[in-house]
Design a protein around this ligand. Structure first.
Ligand SMILES: C[S@@+](CC[C@H](N)C(=O)[O-])C[C@H]1O[C@@H](n2cnc3c(N)ncnc32)[C@H](O)[C@@H]1O
Length: 212
């Protein structure tokens, strides 16, 4: 199943940025700026962007941590990473790693923050549990995981369309996750707080790691 998902993203990577631009206009751009402002990393900090896709978030994070910092983008799709490489080739302190969220090839407590934008809802069951365990493991004490996801629409019609869109993308299970994400994430972190992103279509869930 995971192999098909990876293949799906390898193919989708060819039009992914154009597809996102078409249906989000510049809404996602301001949501990404909003997410970046919430990331608790300073100049010189180290940030991991999980399921980075075509790496759109990476230049934002690089600007945040500056020349002395380090940003790592992880994704399991070689096609997506190829696009991310085109975007970040001039950024010296940004690196890309092909890996699964469930098995991160990093040392314990190596990141100030882990971000994941519009991707975590895709993980389910054991895969989600493993990824959360890995995020907690690689975060420094007091570090934070920031998950940006779609907000479930309030209007019944838009909500139904949103559900159909998830089903078509093979992520029907995500609907249940998005309804109970706070309690689920609360099992792994010391505190979990939800903040609405500008425009109201996305939200950021800020999860703080327990102190050592
Ligand atoms: C909807 S895209 C989001 C990409 C990017 N974060 C963004 O906001 O545009 C989901 C990404 O998650 C990646 N992905 C899904 N499951 C993964 C897993 N188990 N491990 C690593 N990457 C995964 C896919 O390859 C894809 O690039």
């Amino acid at each position: 199943m995971r192999r098909f998902r990876r293949l799906y993203y390898d193919i989708f990577s060819r039009i992914y940025d154009r597809f996102v631009a078409l249906h989000s206009h510049d809404r996602l751009d301001s949501a990404r700026g909003f997410l970046t402002a919430l990331v608790p990393a300073e100049e010189g900090g180290v940030v991991l962007d999980l399921c980075t896709g075509t790496g759109t978030l990476l230049p934002y994070m690089q600007a945040k941590v500056g020349e002395q910092g380090r940003v790592v983008g992880v994704d399991f799709s070689a096609g997506m990473l190829r696009k991310a490489r085109e975007k970040t080739s001039r950024l010296r302190n940004v690196s890309l790693v092909e890996a699964e969220a469930e098995r991160l090839p990093f040392e314990d407590e190596s990141f100030d923050a882990v971000t994941c934008s519009h991707a975590f809802y895709e993980l389910k069951g054991l895969s989600r549990e493993r990824a959360l365990g890995e995020i907690v493991r690689v975060l420094k004490p007091n570090g934070a995981f920031l998950m940006m996801e779609h907000e479930i629409p309030l209007s019944p019609v838009t909500k139904a369309l949103f559900y159909v869109r998830l089903l078509l993308a093979g992520s029907g299970h995500a609907f249940a996750f998005l309804k109970q994400e706070l309690s689920l994430l609360g099992g792994y972190f010391a505190s979990v707080e939800k903040v609405a992103a500008p425009g109201g279509r996305s939200k950021v869930v800020i999860c703080r790691k327990r102190c050592a």
